[in-house]
Design a protein around this ligand. Structure first.
Ligand code: CP
Ligand code: NVA
Length: 303
């Protein structure tokens, strides 16, 4: 079978994604019961980070250890990648020594080039365009708390960034409607929106977007790599803050998610993470379980 990669949610079929989510819930139960399950004994994962991370690094590294394998942290600062060695050559070399590679970088093309030159699965752990691993955890969290997300309405409020683009892919793969509320100049990928016009609607008003929503999500206004624009963005995004009052305009049993890290007082109000409708910390923990399910899928089930 040819090597499977996970560069966006579209790399798995809807049925496969559903299988990963259900398996993540099972793996969470196994871990919480203290059962040892080591399907990746002697397997090695290379983790290439060109941007900072807390959740992604900890969840992948802990997940590999719990599975009986090993994870190797590679910072671009300390490898030849950071000194200009071509991605193609790096991919050939690294993938000849390890069993799976996780990459967090800027340009999405880097993960595509890496995958095209790799003999082992490549996992996108965030690019400027997509963050599919986060969506696995988000979908698991919704499933745990509310059951199937099929036919539900999700509202994305804020920047049309990598997370928002991944929510559009999720809307397609998990079959839900997505309302995006963003300032005009910060809309998500236009091609993606157009391709999913039957289920994605873009608004300028957060209140309109959250009307009828079962899930409300947001993310920072300035992503990694946009630090210089931070002050300007705070001005441009005024009016797009998610607060308990905004959630009151959504469905009664609405949930709130944030991939974290969060900036209290910017994209969320000071009290948003303390609201009972907020599930951001369960969502963060689920990165561990969802990515273990993904690793098992890529290295065992479909290998
Ligand atoms: N949500 C997320 O990817 O967090 P980190 O940047 O800490 O990995
Ligand atoms: N949009 C954010 C997500 C961080 C997990 C960023 O790219 O920095």
């Amino acid at each position: 079978m040819s090597t499977r990669h996970f560069l966006t949610l579209l790399d798995l079929t809807p049925a496969e994604l559903q299988g990963v989510i259900e398996r993540a819930i099972e793996l969470k139960r196994i871990r919480n019961n203290g059962e040892i399950y080591e399907p990746l004994k002697n397997r090695v994962m290379a983790m290439i980070f060109e941007k900072a991370s807390t959740r992604t690094r900890v969840s992948f590294e802990a997940g590999m250890a719990q599975f009986g394998g090993h994870a190797m942290f590679l910072s671009s600062r300390d490898t030849q990648l950071g000194r200009g060695e071509p991605v193609e050559d790096s991919a050939r070399v690294i993938s000849s020594m390890v069993d799976v590679v996780m990459i967090r970088t800027f340009s999405h093309e880097v993960v595509e080039t890496f995958a095209a030159n790799s003999r082992v699965p490549i996992i996108n752990a965030l690019t400027d365009d997509f963050h599919p691993c986060q969506l696995l955890a988000d979908m698991q969290t919704f499933h745990e708390l509310r059951g199937s997300i099929k036919g539900k309405t999700v509202a994305w409020v804020g920047d049309g960034n990598n997370m928002c683009n991944s929510y559009i892919n999720a809307a397609q793969q998990f079959d839900f409607s997505l309302n995006v509320a963003c300032p005009e100049d910060f809309a998500p990928n236009a091609e993606l929106v157009l391709k999913n016009a039957d289920r994605v609607r873009v608004f300028n008003s957060p209140e309109e977007a959250v009307d009828g929503a079962d899930l409300v999500c947001t993310d920072v206004w300035a992503s990694m790599g946009q630090e210089d624009e931070q002050r300007q963005r705070i001005r441009e995004f005024r009016g797009y803050q998610v607060s308990p009052a905004l959630l009151d305009a959504a469905n009664k049993d609405v949930l709130f998610m944030h991939c974290l890290p969060a900036h209290r007082g910017e994209e969320i109000s000071e009290d948003m993470l303390d609201d009972p409708r907020c599930v951001a910390f369960q969502q963060a923990e689920n990165r561990l379980h969802a990515q273990k399910a993904l690793l098992e899928f890529l290295l065992v089930t479909s290998a």
